[in-house]
Design a protein around this ligand. Structure first.
Ligand code: FAD
Length: 410
């Protein structure tokens, strides 16, 4: 029997196993993850979980009875000629095919005081539990980074009545991924909720506040801010060391081709750790070549994992081409993104931001490239359908709210 070994029991790893089972793979499947307990979803950790919802599993517990699931074990090394992986307890497992789904980890800022008590990050269920308990206490928080996770945490903490200040080194919210219109809309919503947002201001040091258990934060403009605790949301870096050490090509993530296969044909990589070519990431106008990208999203981890499972089971899937999409909920505001907004050559706004629901539609070379929908779920669904079929609409049509995106596109 062909044993498939999957390293990493996050969303991408679990969905690889599900893809294998669903497409009829009958050989053994070994899923190895270094976190204790059953695999869980991360997106709720910065949202409902902090409001008391409890953890959410990726799959029901009995799913894992169907495979050889080893929780709490880290893969230490890969021997490619021997086709084995070695675990932290010294045991080895042989594979006929290997899938790396090692995900990403939070970036650690290199500043004095980053290890102090009361400085938190948010990626795992344990970190979320610690922060949920911190929210029960109340008080004040400084959030470093106005990316998705920082802002989701800020919204959750503010909703629980804490004083929240967000420091962001760039000049706008979620700058890496959304258009300035959407950044401004979300910044205004957070400010209306009472969160203090400080753009163009980063963190340079953290120190204990004299006399109590709180913290003092020094910023790049020389300000000194006091808070009961600090949450760092400064982005993530791919877990690609294991791949690098066994000689696979790595470049800001594990480099894979159109079939999510690494530089070793027996090894695939999926999810947050994979650097893959995507035609949705083209930057230049008229550029139809796929551009390399690494995405950190639920869609990417799910679809790439399921693709890998199908491909390893039946071997005959075409290239991976699923439309990238992303979502974030911050208090009552819901943003859905289809495609990859990169500031195309033409951008139209559909609807009025002042009304609280609108979409920003990006065109590249005259074709629909990405749609950011704020509280406009129907536009998001239509955009995914249009992008997936390779259709387009014209900028004039997109700008006309009376034009039903769902019913059109060619
Ligand atoms: P991971 O979830 O990182 O899983 C990888 C697993 O592999 C980890 O458990 C890791 O410990 C393990 N591992 C690594 N190396 C080894 C090794 N050598 N041996 C064994 N195990 C190993 N996305 C959205 O689209 N919308 C959202 O609203 C959203 N919210 C989010 C909120 C938070 C707080 C976080 C952290 C993420 C959020 N995301 C969201 C992103 C989304 O959750 C991730 O993109 C997705 O979970 C990635 O899945 P993955 O399996 O690729 O990686």
């Amino acid at each position: 029997h062909r044993r498939i070994v999957i390293v990493g029991a996050g969303l991408a790893g679990v969905e690889t196993a599900a893809g294998l089972l669903d497409s009829g793979h009958t050989g053994p499947i070994t899923l190895i993850g270094d976190e204790a307990g059953m695999p869980y979803q991360r997106p709720p950790l910065s949202k409902d979980f902090l409001a008391g919802s409890g953890p959410r599993g990726i799959r029901p517990d009995d799913f894992f009875d169907r495979i050889d699931f080893r929780a709490g074990h880290r893969v230490r090394s890969i021997d490619r000629p021997a086709r084995t992986v070695t675990l932290d307890d010294g045991s080895t497992v042989s594979y006929s095919r290997l899938v790396l789904a090692t995900g990403s980890r939070n970036r650690v800022l290199d500043i004095p005081g980053i290890d102090a008590d009361g400085v938190h990050s948010l990626r795992t269920d344990r970190e979320a539990e610690t922060l949920a308990r911190r929210l029960d206490v109340g008080g004040s928080a400084i959030v470093v980074g106005a990316g998705f996770i920082g802002l989701e945490f800020a919204a959750s903490a503010r909703a629980r009545g804490l004083d929240v200040t967000v420091l962001e080194f760039t000049d706008r919210a979620m700058a890496r991924v959304v258009s300035p219109i959407v950044s401004d809309y979300f910044a205004a919503a957070h400010r209306r909720a009472g969160t203090s947002l400080r753009f163009g201001e980063g963190i340079t040091a953290i120190a204990r506040r004299p006399g109590d258990s709180g913290l003092m934060v020094t910023t790049t403009v020389g300000a000194e801010l006091s808070a009961d605790f600090v949450v760092i949301g400064a982005g993530a870096v791919p877990n690609d060391d294991l791949a690098r050490r066994c000689g696979l090509t790595v470049d800001g993530g594990i480099v894979v081709d159109d079939y999510l296969t690494t530089s070793d044909p027996e090894i695939m990589a999926v999810g947050d750790c994979a650097n893959f070519p995507s035609r949705f990431a083209a930057r230049a106008v008229g550029d139809t070549e796929a551009v390399r990208i690494r995405l950190e999203s639920e869609q990417n981890a799910t679809d790439q994992g399921r693709y890998a499972g199908r491909r390893l089971s039946s071997g005959d899937d075409g290239p991976y081409r699923d439309v990238p999409w992303f979502w974030t909920h911050q208090a009552a505001e819901k943003l859905y993104i289809a495609g990859i907004p990169q500031g195309g050559d033409e951008c139209v706004v559909r609807g009025d931001p002042a009304s609280g629901s609108f979409s920003v539609v990006d065109f590249r070379g005259g074709r629909l490239a990405a749609v950011e929908s704020v509280n406009m779920p129907a536009d998001h669904v239509a955009a995914r359908k249009i992008l997936s079929a390779g259709w387009t609409v014209s900028p004039a049509e997109a700008a006309d709210l009376g034009f039903d995106l769902k019913a059109h596109g060619k």
